[in-house]
Design a protein around this ligand. Structure first.
Ligand code: BG6
Length: 496
């Protein structure tokens, strides 16, 4: 796994070429993350950054726009001197990736920046509208910009990678016609989150959890990615996409694979991703006609009034899903996944609920129940872990009370901000470490799990999305869905 926080300064200059550089991602995430890394001394001094987009800007204009967005959550703000230094390495050139002439100009601008004869490494970052990925990749190939004899060439592709299995396969084919798989870095920013990486350390650097991490001790797993955000200005995109494509196919399934995977033989990209793919392979596919038994779609009440949304839209802004991983470790253990917009609070949590003790030797009142042990993994905010267990209340006979063992990053590492996921991912891409990036087969497996569910939601006989109020925890039908399994959604280990 990525453990290097420094880009080795090999002497060879590196150029990061960002296509789609006038967009939101570059301003809000990529450049602030680079500036944050620079302020911590983690970028190589010979890194040059070239922004390419259709807007008419010059270097100065581009730098001025970027400066406004420095800092931000999880990002260290560079000092003015550090920014002056970094920004002298930031360049801009006009370019439309669908135009071969423009790409030829990008190529000559690169020659200027890198020096005609320089041996250099290059990272191409596609921060474009997804419909332009194919043009950019083919264009780079046709412009002869991927020859890696004088230095490495890598491609970073933002999500969404395809909109279904077929389009993802097609995009993979295009990528592989120009780049080798080991040159392609598909982003899922959840993998760059510190707690997500810590989940691997938690599982595989401690001997006490792994023996009980299976069907014999775990009753079920809940993965919640709740957002308070509505869809804001993304109506056009979101209405075509929905929560299953936007969140489940990538972020939630990635979290599931990290919880469920077998220990890889080494912390390196191929070993890690092989294990994740095995989990995806083992997930039982839901047939479209059975979706109503395994999934609950939801839509927040005012969604249809949002800008860019069709007034009779049936797009889901919420979904709850039950999945099974059909292998020895997990047979029969449900994984409940839920995610939605406009919910009560922003939280990403993984809760492992253990089984009840096989025999209760303490006398309980008739309606008394002892809650099972839970392990809650808080991915965000307030990153940390809680382990709940029963203790005896002093001098109260055999009355029991729940106690918690807690670990919180902000307490354990006080003063140390959790870095934004893009810092980790940019650094790893520069280092050539693909552990936290999604491999071609992984993406395709994930689509093959989600596609039939989307098809099921779209069937004429399928239930329409259930409405839920903004600021709630989703439709009541999602509570009933778990109740029919004799379970309830848990939050921070507590039933709500
Ligand atoms: C993105 C989705 O991938 O993840 C957004 O497109 C969502 O709709 C975002 O809001 C959530 O990311 P985070 O890091 O804020 O949990």
């Amino acid at each position: 796994m990525a453990m290097t926080d420094l880009v080795p300064n090999t002497g060879k200059p590196i150029t990061l070429v960002i296509f789609g550089a006038s967009g939101d991602l570059t301003r809000r995430k990529l450049v602030p993350a680079l500036a944050s890394l620079h302020s911590k001394g983690r970028l190589p001094s010979n890194l040059q950054i070239l922004g390419v987009a259709r807007s008419d800007l010059d270097d100065q204009g581009f730098r001025a726009i970027l400066e406004e967005f420095l800092g931000g959550e999880g990002m260290t703000r560079p000092t003015p001197a550090q920014w002056t230094e970094l920004s002298s390495h930031i360049h801009y050139t006009h370019g439309d990736v669908t135009s071969s002439q423009d790409l030829a100009q990008v190529k000559s601008r690169l020659a200027e920046i890198e020096g005609e004869a320089a041996d250099c490494n290059r990272l191409y970052y596609l921060s474009l509208a997804p419909s332009l990925y194919r043009h950019a990749i083919n264009g780079l190939g046709e412009a002869d910009m991927v020859d890696d004899t004088s230095g490495w060439r890598r491609l970073v592709v933002e999500k969404p990678f395809g909109t279904d299995l077929e389009s993802a396969q097609e995009l993979n084919d295009i990528a592989h016609s120009v780049f080798r798989e080991d040159q392609v870095f598909r982003i899922d920013h959840y993998l760059g989150k510190e707690t997500v990486q810590n989940l691997l350390v938690f599982r595989f650097a401690n001997a006490i959890f792994e023996p009980i991490w299976n069907r014999n001790y775990i009753d079920h797993v809940q993965i919640t990615v709740a957002e308070t955000l509505r869809i804001d200005e993304r109506g056009d995109y979101y209405d075509q996409t929905g929560v299953l494509r936007d969140m489940f196919q990538n972020h939630l399934l990635q979290l599931l694979t990290l919880v469920a995977m077998e220990p890889p033989h080494a912390f390196e990209a191929e070993a890690l991703r092989n294990e994740k793919v095995k989990v995806l392979n083992a997930i039982r596919r839901v047939h479209p006609q059975e979706v109503a038994h395994h999934a609950i779609p939801g839509q927040y009440r005012t969604y249809r009034d949002e800008f860019g949304v069709s007034p009779d839209s049936d797009t889901s802004t919420y979904a709850a899903l039950r999945l099974y991983v059909d292998n020895w470790r997990w047979q029969g253990v449900p994984f409940y996944l839920r995610s939605g917009k406009a919910l009560r609070s922003k939280s990403t949590e993984i809760i492992i609920q253990f089984r009840n003790p096989p025999h209760m030797l303490f006398p309980l009142a008739e309606d008394e129940d002892i809650p099972a042990n839970t392990l809650a993994i808080f991915v965000q905010p307030d990153e940390g872990f809680h382990l709940e267990f029963q203790t005896k209340t002093p001098e109260a006979g055999l009355q029991m009370r729940k106690a918690e063992l807690e670990f919180h990053y902000h307490e354990a590492f006080s003063g140390q901000a959790i870095p934004d996921a893009y810092e980790r991912l940019l650094l790893d891409a520069l280092n050539g470490d693909a552990s936290l990036f999604t491999r071609a087969d992984e993406i395709e497996q994930a689509w093959s799990i989600i596609d039939p569910i989307i098809a099921g939601f779209n069937r004429p006989d399928a239930p329409r999305p259930y409405y839920y109020s903004e600021g709630s925890w989703g439709p009541v039908e999602a509570d009933r869905f778990l109740a029919t399994d004799g379970r309830a959604w848990l939050q921070a280990g507590r039933s709500r």
